[in-house]
Design a protein around this ligand. Structure first.
Ligand code: 8GT
Ligand code: MN
Ligand code: MN
Length: 330
């Protein structure tokens, strides 16, 4: 059998299974709102994505970590019929397709989508007529629905990165994280992280206007065109590189200098990779999050943060084999 392409463009021997499992995961997240099933499907998709050999039966798939009886059955059905009845039913259900559409709008979650559909709002046209039901974030999501759906080519992010960097004062460090840092050829959004040596977790007041000044500079040069929200440490909004390009989702976070590498690690993801690494940390007596790595004593109370000077420090501390960002795509 030939190679298959996932929506992200990667070819793997089992990507057709990954595709339907990811779609089932989205269904559980947005429509059934069953977070356990969502996690189970995602885990299964992830383990299949990194399995190097074509799976030929449900029975065989059960040998993989995270695939049980139910998913094995779906793999058999898919192998035998080339489709899944459950997905056919979902595609033919108007309420499901409407919720699916609405949750594609940034700012609209499963609950809001459900409410809108219950009120009879099932299309973008209907939503345009009921803008009063939307908050600022959701209005921007609707306005740029078509733009935000488009993936951002790596070259364009590179240019945006350079432009941002050219507007930063020299002491500010910048890392574009997310799928871009993991080497993907295209990304859904731009996840920027900045830090400043004067701003540390013990000197929280030093954050002052660092982020706001950066955002103001990027507005002045015309890069930032929309603000969804702006606080001391988190900007959410949109940018446009030039006249020819479309509007892109941009997030900028400011983190304390001593927490920078935990943040870089966290925001680089993938979130499945983060989950795995956090679980490993717990196994060896550490708790890891976007801020710190801390030992957990026998009492279960986390101790003082470990001093971290690089991403690799975090891996080394918990005895987790170092992986380059490009190898964190699972
Ligand atoms: P993308 O190309 O679709 O943007 O892929 P991505 O860059 O891997 O995904 P992302 O959703 O932009 O998240 C990047 C990282 O930010 C994740 O690894 C995760 O740890 C972290 N993250 C957040 N907020 C959220 C969130 O609301 N959802 C998800 N999935 N991840 C989040 O900071
Ligand atoms: Mn991203
Ligand atoms: Mn993001």
């Amino acid at each position: 059998m030939g190679k298959r392409k996932t929506p992200s463009g990667e070819e793997t021997p089992n990507s057709d299974f990954c595709d339907f499992l990811s779609e089932l995961a989205e269904y559980e997240k947005n429509i059934s709102r069953n977070i356990h099933k969502y996690n189970a499907y995602r885990k299964a998709a992830s383990v299949l994505a990194s399995h190097p050999i074509r799976i030929k039966s449900g029975e065989e798939s059960k040998k993989l970590n995270g695939i049980g009886e139910k998913i094995a059955k779906k793999i058999d059905e898919f192998l035998q019929t080339g489709k899944l009845q459950k997905l056919d039913n979902i595609h033919n259900d108007s309420k499901s397709t409407a919720i699916n559409l609405l949750t594609q709008i940034t700012g609209i979650g499963p609950a809001k989508a459900q409410n809108l559909v219950n009120e009879g709002i099932t299309t973008l046209e209907e939503l345009e007529k009921h803008k009063n039901k939307l908050n600022h974030h959701q209005l921007i999501g609707l306005k740029y629905y078509h733009d935000f759906k488009e993936k951002i080519p790596r070259d364009e992010i590179k240019k945006i990165e350079n432009l941002i960097r050219s507007h930063l004062e020299p002491q500010i460090q910048l890392t574009i994280c997310g799928s871009y840092r993991r080497g993907k050829q295209q990304s859904g959004d731009i996840d920027a992280l900045i830090t400043h040596p004067n701003y540390t977790s013990s000197q929280p007041k030093k954050k002052q206007n660092i982020l706001k000044n950066v955002v103001a500079a990027l507005q002045n040069c015309g890069l930032i065109t929309e603000t969804i929200s702006l606080g001391d440490t988190k900007f959410m909004g949109a940018c446009k590189l030039n006249q020819d390009s479309i509007t892109r989702r941009l997030d900028i976070r400011l983190t304390p200098y001593d927490q920078y590498f935990c943040a870089v690690l966290y925001f680089t993801g993938s979130d499945m990779f983060n989950k795995e690494m956090r679980a490993h940390a717990l196994d060896v007596g550490f708790t890891l999050n976007e801020y710190t790595l801390r030992p957990v004593g026998s009492t279960g109370v986390p101790g003082e943060p470990v001093e971290i000077h690089s991403e690799k420090d975090v891996f080394d501390c918990i005895g987790f084999p170092y992986k380059e960002p490009e190898d964190r795509n699972k």
